[in-house]
Design a protein around this ligand. Structure first.
Ligand code: CTP
Length: 411
């Protein structure tokens, strides 16, 4: 599975002769479907010009922390949030030392501090510098903080010596980076996800719908797949691309979604209901287009099936996760839904417009979630929906496995 497809990668380049290999790396990452934004330290630009990376990445290269023009395009905090992963290749001894100290004296180190995305380093340096106690201590500190180390490997070095400190070759770096997105926490599990809005027809051309884009549900399906699960995605009308290796079933109405979910249910151990399902539909659908006559028109509505509640009360039931999109009283409304529908977990998010009339929750690339379960809760801070989806899937996997252990022990 190519886990890099669609990923946002910040490729950090620090000063070192191996920087020339990062030109090829940029191309290979793009070939794998990743979007790449290159950030260079000042000394890196002495080895390869930013223009090279601009041409190869298809994006402007970022070099300065306080560059008005760059900040106007994509500010450093935005860039930090944009990233699904940061790879620094080559990572020099100096760059590693600064990261170990948590310094933020240039754009690259600042981004590493400001981003919650996984950070990976591909060290490249002279073998004596690599084996120096200071470098090895920095390495240990960084590893303990969860930084991923790709290489280095032994071999001939640009300085003419032979030994440890050579940057990993480009295909190996691409493989290692792709591996970051495969967690395996849902290996062998079957996950069923609903996504998108539903459309409830009024007549052949009109319907009652909502603003859901499907993005969150599609991101969850993708994250569950990356975590090793077999995934079925049942989606209402959405323009989102089907994630790789995900079995997608398209539906339009709440009734069709209900049927499709019930048909699939038995084969799945985890159900995540991210769809914004209509709660009401027109009691009858006109076969002909309604013409305007009267000044007022009333459409009688009836309740739709509550898919999530039906799943959570089925026997045997899967681990059931719901969403609560609220415009007010987020936590109390969400906890009530968790209890009333007998869910294992609920992810609550605010929707509507913020003070600047920008969409929050729906129709937006960013979101924040407050996840609740029986005796606990966790806030997943504002991030891109793809990042949030991965964090949510990790939480779901953790609680699903915990419940199973508990069930086994009490059987
Ligand atoms: N849901 C569902 N089937 C429905 C309605 C909702 O599966 N017919 C699921 C959604 O996918 C989501 C959760 O239930 O996971 C939302 O709960 P719900 O109480 O229905 O939320 P709202 O529809 O927003 O309800 P309310 O208007 O009462 O807030």
């Amino acid at each position: 599975m190519n886990t890099l497809n669609g990923k946002h990668i910040i490729l950090g380049i620090s000063g070192g002769i191996a920087a020339y290999k990062s030109a090829e790396l940029t191309r290979r990452l793009r070939d794998a479907g990743a979007q790449v934004r290159v950030v260079m330290t000042r000394s890196a630009t002495e080895f390869v010009t930013p223009l090279t990376f601009q041409a190869l990445s298809g994006n402007p290269v970022h070099t300065e922390l306080l560059d008005e023009k760059a900040e106007a395009g994509m500010g450093h905090i935005q860039l930090a949030r944009w990233a699904d992963a940061i790879l620094i290749a080559p990572a020099s001894a100096n760059c590693m030392a600064k990261l170990a100290q948590g310094r933020a004296d240039d754009l690259l180190t600042t981004l590493c501090l400001a981003s919650g995305a996984p950070l990976a380093l591909a060290p490249a340096m002279n073998r004596v510098m690599w084996s120096d106690t200071a470098t090895q201590n920095n390495l240990l500190t960084l590893k303990q903080r969860g930084v991923h180390l790709f290489g280095p490997v032994a071999g001939s070095q640009a300085c003419g010596e032979t030994g440890d400190g050579r940057m990993l070759e480009v295909p190996d770096l691409v493989d290692a980076l792709s591996g970051l997105f495969k967690s395996g926490v849902l290996q062998g599990k079957h996950v069923l996800v609903t996504a998108g809005p539903t459309y409830e027809a009024i007549d052949p051309v009109r319907f009652i719908g909502n603003r859901s884009s499907g993005r969150m549900g599609f991101a969850i399906a993708n994250a569950a797949r990356e975590a090793g699960a077999s995934v079925t995605l049942i989606s209402g009308p959405s323009l989102e691309a089907t994630p790789e290796d995900v079995n997608r079933i398209d539906v339009e109405t709440a009734a069709q979604m209900y049927e499709a979910v019930m048909q699939q249910l038995r084969q799945h151990q985890i159900f995540i209901a991210a769809a914004a399902v209509a709660d009401y539909r027109p009691k009858s659908t006109s076969r002909q287009k309604l013409k305007k006559h009267a000044e007022e028109l009333s459409i009688e509505l009836e309740r739709t099936e509550d898919i999530l509640a039906a799943v959570a009360s089925s026997k045997p039931r899967p681990f059931a996760v719901g969403f609560a999109a609220e415009t007010e009283n987020l936590l109390s409304n969400a906890r009530a839904k968790l209890e009333n529908k007998s869910l294992d977990m609920i992810a609550a998010n605010l929707v509507g417009k913020d003070a600047n009339a920008q969409d929050i929750g729906f129709n937006n690339e960013y979101n924040a979630l407050h996840v609740l379960w029986g005796d606990g809760e966790q806030v997943l801070e504002q991030a891109r929906k793809t990042t949030l989806a991965r964090e949510l899937v990790k939480l779901v996997a953790h609680h699903y496995n915990k419940n199973r252990r508990h069930e086994k022990n009490s059987a």
